[in-house]
Ligand binder design. Sequence first.
Ligand code: FE2
Ligand code: FE2
Length: 397
Amino acid sequence: MRRVGIFPGSFDPPLKCHLDLAETVMNKYALDEIIFAPILAGRGDTKDNSGYTDRVCMCIASIVGKHNMRVASRETPSSLLPTLKWLRKSCADARLFCVMDYSLFSGSMDKLAGKNAYRDMVFICPQQNGDQTGFTRQNASLCGLDLEMLPFGSMDEAETEARHMVFSLNDPKSMPAGALKICALKGLYIQDHYQDIKNGMSEHRWQHTLGVRRSAVALAEKYGGSLIKCAVAAFYHDCAKDMNPKDMRKVLLDHGTDSRDEILHSGAMMHGPAGAILAEEKYHVYDREVLDAIRYHTTGREEMTLTDLIIFVADAIEPNRQDYPGLNVIRTLADIDLYAAALYSLYMTRDYVFERGKIFHLAGQKTITALEDRLRNDRNLDRAAVELLREKSSVFN
Ligand SMILES: [Fe+2]
Ligand SMILES: [Fe+2]
């Protein structure tokens, strides 16, 4: 007879400790497979926790490559008992081992009691040293339920902590990489200004924004940046782009920009700094690293952070970008070296400006000089990147 583990829970979000617990149970009880079954969170799917479908997606992303784990998904979210009934039915010929949080078990014990469907299941609850579970165990046995306690570290509050970390724009180390990526890409657990941003820009700009978020998360994954910070910076990076230039100018002057500053001469240059102000004051983004990446996403700056670079390059290469001179080279360089990709992108912008007989901004020129200095002194710089940069500048000869 197949031995199947079922693991109902809110998985809001799924955590590495859930996977560790599943592995431990699989080994201890010699299970053939374990099925994660996201159920409706106890407090319901409200604004501050993710919806059922998002949690199913995060669970699926968490177990990629684990062949003896799968995720049960139903058309509609359900509470614990219907989920268990449904799993019992769909695994009719298997011996079931149900792993669940101790509080979930003790809170549902009276409903599980005396039901034939649950009599042959083994319920396994993780137990922390010193947990007072004697009374529940006694009751479970009186109710005809087979309960086993498994020594395991605490999972209490771990989901809440992970949600709070994302809310404060940090990557929780407790989340599996796949789940964190979905979380960043969908903007889960952060302040929700989705409709506001969408309504405040053209459809074209909105698609660009989503494309930048996708590219920024991919680059953060590749180069070890913060997925959450990069996703949020990307989401707001063009929030001021469709503003009237006069209004943008006023916002910047009201916030201390010198009236002689070169950025006030063009909407293209103003929308970065204006966007950072808007992100902070209207959308309550307070993370300095995120705000700086928004502020400098057009010109760059002399000391670019990893988040700055990721947003700068993602903006240039996002998949919805219509072809422009140099795009393919920048995409290639983005795979090799972020500094080189940013520099090549600035070279292309400078060429574009010069071809139109205009003056290239000083801020961009300062960034070019700083990036050139850095790359010239980088002995590990990929040869292909050097060759590509050499086409644009003699400093690499
Ligand atoms: Fe922009
Ligand atoms: Fe953009």
